[in-house]
Design a protein around this ligand. Structure first.
Ligand code: NAD
Length: 256
């Protein structure tokens, strides 16, 4: 309770999955939470549910690949809640599951536009608000696939590798301004993204799920809350000495 009292947090892609779990846990810990997404009904319903419980949340329609939209919405969030001190760059897509030699430029760009440029735009336009507040925590959702790879979805692996190092660069650039930047590296977490990705394998859904479970030494995939608690920690002052770090939450996937 109240681990995030006084924080104003933005969660991109907050309507479902890991983003939604992070929104809920941060609001329950006392933060004012802005949900940014282009899935409006789910995001609006989540905000209504939280405010109905007496917590602080609101929804903004925002496509993170549009710089103009990102700037406008982040300014509105800071205006409504009085500041902006936490940014969770969570919006992401897995993209086409094709080998490199079959990918088009447009398919490549579609993934980078959300997973890399979206992180850049949100970070760029959140920073002035954090500088003004004199404190900030930016939490970037990379992946185990920002640390190791796999023989599939090449644009996704490239994008998550980029996010890993963008986090360290920004950690160094803003360390003296009390703005921390860290990345989180989830193993497979059962969300709409993973459900959609497994369909692209062409395998029987139950078989694909079991094979994915078995990739993790603990024997199963994670849940959105497994990541949300990491987000809460990095958003809170409990992690005040943590910047430029990689928080791996993967059931042992990358330990081998
Ligand atoms: P999800 O598909 O379940 O949810 C993603 C949310 O982002 C959706 O609400 C979607 O509408 C939103 N979104 C997508 N593009 C957007 C855009 N351009 N602008 C605004 N919102 C947009 O995904 P998830 O599984 O919850 O993943 C969340 C993040 O965690 C992603 O960055 C993903 O790459 C990363 N991640 C997920 C897993 C996993 O196994 N689920 C593993 C490692 C990393």
């Amino acid at each position: 309770m109240n681990r995030l009292k006084g924080k104003v947090a933005v969660v991109t892609g907050g309507s479902v999955g890991i983003g939604a779990a992070s929104v809920i846990r941060m609001a329950e810990e006392g933060a004012s939470v802005a949900i940014l997404d282009f899935q409006d009904p789910q995001g609006q319903a989540l905000a209504a549910d939280l405010t109905g419980r007496g917590l602080k949340a609101d929804f903004w329609h925002c496509d993170v690949s549009s710089e103009a939209e990102v700037k406008k919405v982040l300014d509105e969030v800071a205006e409504k809640f009085g500041s902006l001190t936490v940014l969770v760059n969570n919006a992401g897509i897995s993209g086409p599951n094709k080998p490199t030699h079959e990918l088009t430029e447009a398919e490549w760009d579609s993934v980078q536009n959300v997973n890399v440029k979206g992180v850049f735009f949100c970070t760029k336009h959140a920073l002035p608000h954090m500088k003004k507040a004199g404190i900030g925590s930016i939490i970037n959702l990379s992946s185990i696939y920002g640390l190791v790879s796999a023989p599939d979805i090449p644009p996704y692996h490239a994008s998550k590798g980029a996010v890993t190092l963008m986090s360290k660069t920004d950690a160094l650039l803003y360390a003296t301004e009390n703005i921390r930047v860290n990345s989180i590296h989830p193993g497979f977490i059962w969300t709409p993204l993973v459900e959609a990705h497994l369909k692209t394998t062409g395998l029987d859904p139950d078989e694909a799920k079991q094979m994915t479970d078995e990739l993790h030494p603990v024997g199963h995939m994670g849940e959105p809350d497994d990541i949300a608690w990491g987000v809460v920690y990095l958003a809170s002052d409990e992690s005040k000495f943590v910047t430029g770090s990689e928080l791996v939450i993967d059931g042992g996937y990358t330990a081998r």
